[in-house]
Design a protein. Structure first.
Length: 276
């Protein structure tokens, strides 16, 4: 049995058995350096295989139909934590990854409305990041559905721009309010391509987030290119809520560089050995 077969066999049980966790990665406003959003990311440590990369188990979930249960788990956790932070006075947007396969069903929108009602998560603080792995089946019909949730105050974001199916046409069709530049574009440090994407997004009234910022030079580049927000390891690695809360509090108290705290933790929340 291959690793993929094991993942496909065990993933539904892991979701049902509450064995997955959510970690959050901050986004900063490039004009103020203030933390303005947190992206919720699913993590799974298999009992025998160890940590399974999200890129692997999400793809498997889409192929076996488990993406709906996985998405439901992620949405519920993100709304729950989002409401908690809102009640503590943290005005943070929470981004949730959503597969086109989820968006093709009425159940997703019913569950979205239910989670907002049950948790009390402010809809204006919720961002739906439409992932690019799957092609949209009926973009025009989906745009109509997304217009309804936009009226609730939810932001629609197009993830992984510059790869796969993610295009400006797709963003315009879905009336998206945000465009996330793929990490590969940032890694290439292609200023001309980044500026072109920013300018095109501006014409459609979209905010631009640069993902995968891993160096000070890349942070300066995306800021100078006109991006609105940035996310990546140089700013902060994904972390469990408890670790993230400690980091945000420490960052606010000391006004230190964001890399001085959260980069000492791995994605399981365990302390890394000091680089010194």
């Amino acid at each position: 049995m291959t690793t993929r077969d094991v993942v496909a066999r065990d993933l539904p049980y892991a979701i049902a058995g509450d064995r997955l966790r959510i970690v959050f990665q901050p986004q900063i406003d490039l004009r103020t350096d203030r933390i303005v959003a947190l992206e919720g990311l699913s993590r799974w440590t298999h009992e025998t295989l160890g940590p399974i990369p999200p890129s692997e188990f999400v793809a498997v979930a889409e192929s076996i139909g488990a993406i709906h249960d996985l998405g439901r788990f992620s949405l519920a956790e993100c709304c729950r934590y989002g409401r908690t932070w809102h009640d503590r006075g943290e005005d943070l947007a929470i981004a949730v990854n959503v597969s086109p396969l989820q968006l093709a069903t009425d159940a997703f929108f019913d569950d979205l409305e239910r989670q907002i009602a049950v948790t009390g998560m402010p809809a204006r603080n919720l961002i739906l990041e439409v992932t690019e792995a799957q092609k949209l089946i009926d973009p025009d019909a989906l745009a109509t559905r997304l217009d309804i949730v936009r009226e609730w105050g939810i932001t629609v974001s197009i993830d992984d721009f510059g790869t796969g199916h993610s295009t400006l046409e797709r963003a315009a069709t879905l009336h998206a309010g945000e465009l996330k530049l793929d990490r590969s574009m940032v890694a290439r440090e292609d200023r001309r391509a980044i500026e072109a994407a920013v300018n095109a997004a501006r014409l459609s009234g979209m905010r631009v987030v640069a993902e995968g910022v891993e160096t000070a030079g890349q942070l300066d580049l995306v800021r100078e290119a006109g991006c609105d927000r940035a996310q990546g390891y140089f700013i902060a690695r994904p972390a469990p809520p408890r670790v993230l809360e400690e980091w945000m509090a420490d960052r606010q108290r000391s006004s230190r560089s964001s890399t001085e705290c959260l980069d000492l933790y791995d994605e399981r929340g365990a302390r890394w050995p000091s680089a010194k």
